[in-house]
Design a protein around this ligand. Structure first.
Ligand code: ATP
Ligand code: MG
Length: 133
């Protein structure tokens, strides 16, 4: 990641900070228009999951490139309870929090790349990338 920035997440207002910083970095990386909103929305969802399920963690944001293609990388990391069944968590409508269960599958659709590594009792790391058109 290039020019990595870190946003500690432990309460609702931090979600807004991460969302705004992500939008700014995406604009600096050359994204425009609705892409800025899509990226900001995906960041909000993973940041909100940290607050709700893990209580605290951090969002790391930065530019990235691969084979000459530029993009933005977002990592949401926590040391919370972990996700026992990632396939299930990625399904539309699955929620252990009596919520809509659309955050993770929605973020996956908004970004180009989406990976979750999670271990019960250890924590969760979600890595997302979006490439500039
Ligand atoms: N960081 C995390 N740590 C532990 N469990 C998580 C984490 N993020 C997601 N989960 C689990 O995955 C489920 C699905 O997450 P997702 O964001 O898709 O839905 P939700 O948060 O339940 O609802 P919504 O995001 O629509 O309000 C959650 O209900 C929770 O069980
Ligand atoms: Mg969620």
């Amino acid at each position: 990641m290039i020019d990595e920035r870190r946003v500690p997440i432990d309460r609702d207002v931090d979600i807004v900070t991460a969302r705004q910083l992500g939008r700014e970095l995406a604009a600096e990386a050359g994204f425009t228009g609705s892409d800025l909103t899509l990226i900001a929305t995906a960041i909000s969802e993973v940041a909100r999951n940290i607050v709700v399920y893990a209580e605290r963690g951090e969002i790391r944001l930065g530019r990235t490139d691969r084979n000459g293609r530029e993009g933005i990388e977002v990592v949401a990391a926590d040391e919370g309870p972990g996700i026992p069944d990632i396939q299930q968590a990625m399904q539309d409508g699955f929620s252990t929090g009596r919520s809509l269960g659309l955050g993770l599958p929605g973020a996956r659709r908004l970004m180009d790349e989406f990976e979750i590594v999670s271990e019960v009792g250890k924590g969760t790391v979600v890595t997302m990338r979006k490439w500039r058109p």
